[in-house]
Write a protein that binds this ligand. Structure first.
Ligand code: 2NE
Length: 272
C-alpha cells in the first residue's frame, strides 16, 4: 500500500489482507535494527491513520523487518540538540505523537517482536495493546546509557505493566531481558518460536476479529481511561456518544431540530 499521495513508503512497508481485516505495518530499516528517524515516524503515522480510517481493518500488527530487530529506538546518528533531525534543520520527537496515536486508536494494535525491542522501540511495543514475542526477542531501555529518557508513556505505562520497582530497575540499570523474562514480568503476552511468530500473531488477530468490534473499541478506551486522565475519558466518552447517536432517542433530538419543533423525549424510558 502506498501513502495517500501515491508515493511509495521508504522507511516502512504497509500491507492489508483483503477481506480479512488485518493490517501490517513494518519498520523497514533492518540495517539499523529498525531504528527510526523522523521520516520513519511520519510514514508510520500515515499508515496508522489509513488503518484507522479503513473500516475493513479490525486489527493492526506493528513489527520490524527481519528477525534481528523489532525497533532499536531513535536513530542515534541523527540525534540533534533538539530531538532527531533528518531532512530538516530542526529536530523532532514525533515518536511521542505516534505513541499517542496508537494508544487512542480504536482498534487493537499488536506488537509482533523478533529480536531487539530496545530504547524508543521498547516504548513502542509497550504502547501497543498486545505483544507477541519470538523466543529470540530482547527487551530493554537504553536511555540512561545513551543520555536519553522517555518520561512520558515510556515511564508511566512501564510502571503499570511491570510494577514500580521493576520499572526503576529497567530504566536505572539499562539491562536487557530475554523473551521469557519479559513474559514473567508482564511485558509480553506470549513467547513463541521465531518461525511460528507470524502464524501465532495471525491466530491472535483472527480470534479478536471474531469478536464484536464495538465491544473491543469501548474496552480499549476503558482499559486506558484511568491512566490517560482527561484524554482517556474523552476517548471513552466519545465512544458513548458514538453509540448514543445510533439510538432513536438521540435521533429524535436531531430530527426535532431539523423540523423546527420541540423534541418529544417523553416516550423514552428513564432507566433505573
Ligand atoms: C539494538 C542493539 C542492542 C543491537 O546490537 P547488535 O550487536 O545486534 O547490532 P549492532 O551491530 O549494534 O547494530 C547493527 C547496526 O545498526 C546500528 C548499529 O550502529 C550498527 O550499524 P553499523 O555498525 O552496522 O553501521 N544501530 C542499531 N541501533 C541503532 C540506533 N538506535 N541508532 C543508530 N544506529 C543503530 C544495539 O545496536 C544498540 O544498543 N542500539 C542502540 C539502542 C539505543 O540506544 N537506542 C536509542 C535509545 S533513546 C530513544 O530511542 C528515544 C528516547 O529515549 C526518547 C525519545 C525518542 C527516542
Amino acid at each position: 500500500v502506498r501513502d495517500e499521495t501515491g508515493k511509495e513508503f521508504t522507511d516502512i512497508s504497509y500491507e492489508k489482507s483483503v477481506g480479512e481485516g488485518i493490517a501490517k505495518i513494518t519498520i523497514n530499516r533492518p540495517e539499523r535494527r529498525n531504528a527510526f528517524r523522523p521520516h520513519t515516524i511520519k510514514e508510520l503515522i500515515r499508515a496508522f491513520n489509513d488503518a484507522r480510517d479503513d473500516s475493513s481493518v479490525g486489527v493492526i500488527i506493528l513489527t520490524g523487518k527481519g528477525t534481528k530487530g523489532f525497533c532499536s529506538g531513535g536513530d542515534q546518528a541523527l540525534r540533534s540538540s533538539d530531538g532527531y533531525a533528518d531532512f530538516e534543520s530542526f529536530g523532532r520527537l514525533n515518536v511521542l505523537d505516534l505513541q499517542v496515536q496508537i494508544r487512542r486508536l480504536p482498534k487493537p494494535v499488536i506488537a509482533m517482536v523478533a529480536g531487539y525491542a530496545v530504547g524508543g522501540g521498547h516504548v513502542l511495543h509497550m504502547v501497543c495493546d498486545l505483544t507477541i514475542a519470538a523466543d529470540n526477542a530482547v527487551f530493554g531501555q537504553t536511555g540512561a546509557k545513551v543520555g536519553s529518557f522517555d518520561a512520558g508513556y515510556g515511564s508511566s505505562i512501564m510502571s503499570r505493566l511491570v510494577g514500580p520497582k521493576k520499572a526503576r530497575e529497567m530504566w536505572f540499570l539499562s539491562r536487557f531481558y530475554n523473551a521469557y523474562e519479559a513474559e514473567k514480568m508482564g511485558l509480553v503476552n506470549v513467547v513463541v518460536p521465531l518461525d511460528k511468530l507470524e502464524m501465532e500473531t495471525l491466530k491472535w488477530c483472527r480470534e479478536i476479529l471474531r469478536n464484536s468490534p464495538t465491544a473491543i473499541r469501548v474496552l480499549k478506551s476503558a482499559l486506558n481511561a484511568v491512566d490517560d486522565g482527561h484524554a482517556g475519558l474523552q476517548e471513552l466518552g466519545g465512544n458513548a456518544t458514538l453509540i448514543f447517536y445510533g439510538t432513536e432517542e438521540a435521533n429524535e433530538g436531531k430530527k426535532a431540530y431539523m423540523e423546527r419543533r420541540r423534541p418529544d423525549f417523553a416516550k423514552f424510558p428513564r432507566r433505573p
